[in-house]
Design a protein around this ligand. Structure first.
Ligand SMILES: C[S@@+](CC[C@H](N)C(=O)[O-])C[C@H]1O[C@@H](n2cnc3c(N)ncnc32)[C@H](O)[C@@H]1O
Length: 257
């Protein structure tokens, strides 16, 4: 993803896909049912997620839900909260939705959307928690501009988080932890703590769910790091990011699944 390109997200409609058979999930994610909110429909819920869930409740966001273990697990642990996951890849969106349906969860939805454009989905200070698990590392230096964890993302989270909201990050890519802490410098976040190995040290919260990538990291013996920040009440008005760049959104090479 190129710098300055982050706020643009245009949903792909099935009839705009050149070879629909290549990725049947483009159509499938639209036909699945109420667990999935397609990207073209999601901005209509700005400030109205409680209507979708049929109740007012603290709203939590998971960024990059992958296969949905965390979203589904947390929705089960916290029936008193409304949960929204955002995920770019069509197939993963469907996998998450299947988990939600299997578990009969009505307090969670998966939205096909770009985490860089979250302010199209959520009002300022509307999120009670932001959960990020194993964001793509983009390890090569030449690809680091694709990394989600940067100042722009920190400012976005700052605008959307309610006072007292938690920003949680788990990752097997250690540099993401330092990057988030640095990106939040000067912003109204209190650093609660960091971990370099959650299996040895425990996580910084008491309601964790092991994710797919976390399990994979464990299997290859890689430590999972974590950081917890808490939104303070000061600095409530963070200026909006720059207007969108006209360049098309660049997605991870395998984002069609
Ligand atoms: C490494 S996987 C981790 C998946 C899951 N959170 C886990 O821990 O198992 C990263 C996920 O983030 C998604 N992703 C990457 N960039 C994204 C973006 N800008 N907006 C939404 N999801 C994104 C990817 O499609 C992928 O499913």
């Amino acid at each position: 993803m190129r710098p300055g390109n982050h706020k643009r997200f245009v949903d792909v409609m099935p009839d705009e896909v050149a070879r629909p058979g290549i990725n049947p999930y483009v159509l499938a994610h639209r036909e699945f049912g109420e667990e999935i909110v397609p990207g073209s429909e999601a901005p209509a819920f700005l400030g109205r997620w409680h209507e979708l869930f049929g109740r007012e409740a603290p709203l939590h966001l998971e960024v990059g839900s992958g296969n949905g273990f965390y979203l589904s697990g947390m929705a089960e642990k916290h029936p008193e909260c409304n949960w929204v996951g955002v995920e770019l890849r069509f197939k993963r969106v469907v996998l998450v939705a299947k988990k939600l349906r299997m578990a009969g969860q009505t307090n969670a939805r998966i939205v096909r959307f770009d985490a860089r454009a979250l302010d199209k989905l959520f009002l300022p200070h509307s999120l009670a928690g932001i959960h990020v698990n194993h964001p793509d590392p983009w390890e090569r230096e030449s690809k680091r501009h694709h990394r989600l964890i940067d100042r722009e993302f920190a400012e976005l989270c700052t605008r959307l988080a309610a006072p007292g909201a938690e920003l949680r990050l788990k990752t097997d890519f250690g540099p993401h932890i330092k990057a988030l802490v640095k990106a939040c410098e000067g912003l109204p976040w209190e650093l609660v703590g960091t971990r370099t190995d959650v299996d040895a040290q425990g996580v910084l919260w008491d309601d964790d769910v092991v994710t797919n990538y976390q399990r994979k990291a464990r299997e290859r013996g890689a430590p999972v790091h974590a950081v917890l920040l808490r939104r303070t009440a000061s600095g409530m008005s963070i200026p909006s990011a720059a207007p969108p760049d006209p360049q098309p959104l660049e997605q991870p090479s395998s984002s069609s699944d």
